[in-house]
Design a protein around this ligand. Structure first.
Ligand code: HEC
Ligand code: HEC
Length: 350
């Protein structure tokens, strides 16, 4: 009896040691010296991003994440990849109002573009994910998107020799887990940076904006009180977003019943609030808004130009009666928005 108990104790102790040893091994594992760490290149106006300290950006990890991003193995029946809804030539958004996932199932929201995520601290239109690694596992399991189970995906990845080798190079020995899968995707997504638009070049005095673009710039950055369009109250700073949740006066679409941020917090004050999107590359990310209701920038400007839908949470930064801009001013704003396209980024992403 005693002997048996001793054995159990020894066995438990051995297992615990093994487990601790293993987790230490994992925690301490660092990418080998020869792995190439990657420095993000961005305009100084962006400020320093907050990068995760436990997922240093390296060349190997980026290419592993990129491979996964394009691989339909992450979906239930091997038909949908992340890239199906996040297409490079549209700055990683897509060109339909609501994206279609597994079996052509219609999603509930517009696919947002992907870039400069390293400067954001919440993800999705309603901000329900706080980190990229948390975000990336959601589409894999979303029944309208990739509809897979993590176990199923991990089983498939672990069976592929090339993935096993890539993960080993990037995250050390052992099984591919949901953690390492999310880290690889996170690494790639954080490496996607866009900051070299015509507008950025004009700030660096490399080129000058044309007169119409320049008038649009003035309107964009000038408040209502000073006869401007007041866009930069919300689409502010180098990212053209304060990344706050706001209600910009859209009439709620009756069929979607999307309450925005309210769905996450349950607070009355968050009804119909959505994360203010960056306007970088906006000329190539149509259709617009969380449900893709506007086909083009003319429709967007028309929205801000006419009556905003009156709800208690309507943002006070909007003019209730609309901007009432003249035709030339609307054209100028659109011309300015088009200067936010980064051709190098789109070319490099292709
Ligand atoms: C079926 C289309 C579809 C697929 C497949 C898809 N996404 Fe998305 N993605 C979307 C939509 C739609 C949203 C916005 C959803 C929301 O806000 O609720 C989104 C949001 C995101 C965001 C948030 C961006 C931000 O700034 O808030 C990231 C990052 C992202 N997806 C990455 C991925 C990755 C990684 C994969 C693959 C594992 C993937 N997506 C697969 C449609 C898709
Ligand atoms: C009160 C804050 C606020 C102001 C002021 C504002 N916006 Fe917005 N904008 C938002 C929010 C929030 C969204 C996303 C709304 C949604 O989808 O529900 C948005 C969405 C957009 C989009 C769609 C982007 C995309 O990727 O779908 C464009 C384009 C845009 N705004 C341009 C402008 C312009 C131009 C002005 C000035 C005339 C302006 N905005 C003023 C908050 C604001």
């Amino acid at each position: 009896m005693c002997y048996f108990l001793e054995m159990v104790k020894t066995c438990v102790a051995a297992t615990v040691t093994l487990l601790i040893g293993f987790s230490l091994l994992k925690a301490e594992w660092k990418p080998p010296q020869e792995s190439i760490s990657v420095q993000l290149i961005f305009p100084k106006e962006f400020g320093e991003p907050t990068l995760p300290t436990d997922n240093k950006i390296t060349k190997e990890r980026i290419s592993l994440g990129e491979k996964l991003f394009h691989d339909t193995v992450l979906s239930i029946d091997g038909t949908v990849s992340c890239a199906a809804c996040h297409v490079e030539e549209f700055a990683f958004s897509d060109d339909v109002d609501l994206s279609r996932g597994f079996e052509g199932r219609l999603g509930k929201r517009n696919s947002p573009p992907i870039f400069n995520l390293a400067w954001k601290d919440h993800f999705f239109w309603d901000g329900r994910a706080r980190t990229v690694r948390e975000q990336v596992l959601q589409p894999i399991q979303d029944h309208l998107e990739m509809a897979a189970s993590l176990n199923q995906v991990l089983y498939r990845l672990n069976r592929q020799k090339s993935y096993r080798e890539d993960f080993k190079k990037s995250y050390g020995p052992g099984e591919i887990t949901s953690e390492t899968l999310s880290l690889a995707l996170e690494n790639y997504l954080l490496s996607i940076v866009s900051g070299d638009s015509k507008f950025d070049r004009s700030l660096e005095k490399k080129i000058k904006l044309g007169p119409l673009e320049d008038e649009g710039r003035r309107l964009f950055f000038t408040s209502h009180e000073k006869e401007g369009a007041g866009c930069s109250t919300c689409h502010s700073g180098a990212h053209f977003s304060d990344f706050a949740f706001r209600n910009n006066g859209l009439r709620p679409a009756p069929d979607l019943k999307d309450l925005g941020r309210y769905g996450v917090t349950g607070k009355e004050k968050d009804k119909f609030l959505f994360s203010t999107p960056s306007l970088r590359n906006v000329a190539i990310t149509s259709p617009y808004m969380h449900d893709g209701r506007f086909e083009n920038l003319t429709e967007v400007i028309e929205h801000y130009n006419t009556n905003a839908h009156q709800t208690p949470t309507l943002d006070p930064a909007l003019k209730k009666q609309g901007l009432q801009l003249k035709a030339k001013e609307k054209k100028a704003l659109i011309a300015f928005l088009k200067t936010l396209t980064d051709p190098q980024f789109i070319e490099a992403a292709k």
